[in-house]
Design a protein. Structure first.
Length: 159
């Protein structure tokens, strides 16, 4: 499996499969991020990656929904998408008679209420205080408009 080291503690790769998790752990990684919901696109791996993380005792970060119930001892947290602000904006424009097709992606952002962070559940008492403080600081920067992650919807490529 190929990956790109971003910082001392963080690396990225293309789509992983459940059978990759053993090699990921052997390479020294302690957690994986499940970055796509099941069946988002035909043929993509399922949440078997989380199941493999459980099997290999690697922590996981879920995506799109609170997936801690899949593996309460493995899934730390993850972003939760809330479509309500997107739908609310579209309905508002329809009611006003000014609806047009447009990119509603910004309404999925945290500062517009379109996303949040899932609770830490059992990890609330396990995660170091300084880690939780860093997360809270970043959340405040996002809500204050001082930090924004641009969305790149291009198909990812691997080196």
């Amino acid at each position: 499996m190929e990956y790109r080291q971003i910082t001392e503690d963080y690396a990225v790769s293309g789509q992983i499969a459940a059978e990759d998790v053993g090699a990921i752990k052997a390479a020294g990684f302690r957690s994986v991020i499940c970055n796509r919901p099941d069946e988002e696109q035909p043929g993509q791996p399922s949440h078997a990656v989380i199941e493999a993380a459980v099997d290999k005792k690697v922590y996981a970060i879920s995506n799109m929904s609170d997936q801690s119930s899949l593996a309460p001892d493995t899934v730390i947290t993850g972003p939760v998408w809330d479509m309500y602000p997107t739908v609310e904006q579209a309905v508002k424009l329809v009611k006003a008679g000014v609806f047009t097709a447009q990119d509603y992606g910004d309404f999925s952002r945290r500062d517009k209420g379109g996303s949040s962070l899932a609770p830490y559940h059992k990890f609330d008492t396990i995660l170091p205080a300084d880690v939780k403080e860093m997360v809270e600081k970043k959340k405040a920067e996002i809500l204050d408009g001082n930090f924004r992650v641009d969305v790149d919807e291009n198909t990812p490529t691997s080196d």
